[in-house]
Design a protein around this ligand. Sequence first.
Ligand code: MN
Length: 416
Amino acid sequence: MPLLKSWIESANSPDTDFPLNNLPLGVFTVDDLPRCGVAIGDRILDATGLEEAGLLRLDAAPVLDIPFWNEVMELGPEAWAALRARLHDLLREGAPEQDKVAPFLHPMESAELHMPLAVAEFTDFYAGRHHATNVGTMFRGAENALPPNWLHIPIGYNGRASSVVVSGTDIRRPWGQLKGPDESAPRFAPSARFDLELELGAIVGQNSDGPVTVAEADDMIFGYVLLNDWSARDIQAWEYQPLGPFQAKATATSISPWLVMRAALEPFRCATPPREVPLLPHLEEPAPMLYDIALEVDLTPEGGSPTTIARTNYREMYYSSAQQLAHHTTSGCPMNVGDLLGSGTISGPTKDSRGSLLELSWGGKEPITVGNQTRSFLEDGDTITLRGAAHGDGYRIGFGPCTGKLLPAIPDPYAR
Ligand code: MN
């Protein structure tokens, strides 16, 4: 697939995250109420305005009057394709309606970005083999690194939709109960091992009320966002057995402001890695369902400059989002439009491709260099920026940065 040229010159640059091939969806404010928008080059196209002006019609009634993309998802795959076709017609080189569309373009740099969707529910998985092996080795030893179920099901836990925030939202270091010097004396303190997790989030765009196949699950996925699953490792280590993470993962989860539709990623599909043991047939992939998306993590200390601390790729995952979604439905669990599925931390095979500080610093034993400082876990004032893009011939399909700055913990909330 070559670069699709637009009459908006900045969309034709090989460096933009947002060529005509991408058309990711967001919600933005320039100086009024939040509106649905589409990123194109260094502009945001006001999709709500286009709908009001009769230039974009997806259904008999307006679907972009509420500043979330959920109503478009509800219309289903035919409407998703129609949206992309219409946007392409309006924005392609030589488009006849340029003069009508131009007033609906706003400079991205002056826009405030909001949550692109109303998140219905949030589930997070643990489906990267390198990550699970690294963490398992640290927590349980190399012999028991991968639990016996790991090669057979994508392990996950039910998270909190209320914790999901858009890129740019500050994150407050949490308080929590931590293991004390001996297990009979835990203490309540700010987390001292606060971490990031580099993930991709899949957005479910269709409802289901019973088990679906992996192929059906893939069709239900509307698109993807970058996702940072902020994690308090010391809270996690004390609380996680036997029911899994709880408060360690409940502080916040950041997502990129731009939701990249699955259609934009089609040229970059790739298969999951070879299976060490075969999956049960209902979890097998009928076709490639991962994507070749290059990912990186930058850490910027307060007042400092960014250092890239990890580079990896989404194709490293052992389970695809479609397999995770299919597994999620096997019990009859209903899935809904707007459900968000975190991929699990995406680490590669090498030291510099690990998607969390827990792994990068090997539990704090091997601090990494960040500019003229070192880090085992996050310090107050640190900003984490995730970036991701699929690389085509002369263009990239990007998500825009997913950032969050860590603020100091509040004073003891229970002090008297
Ligand atoms: Mn996670």
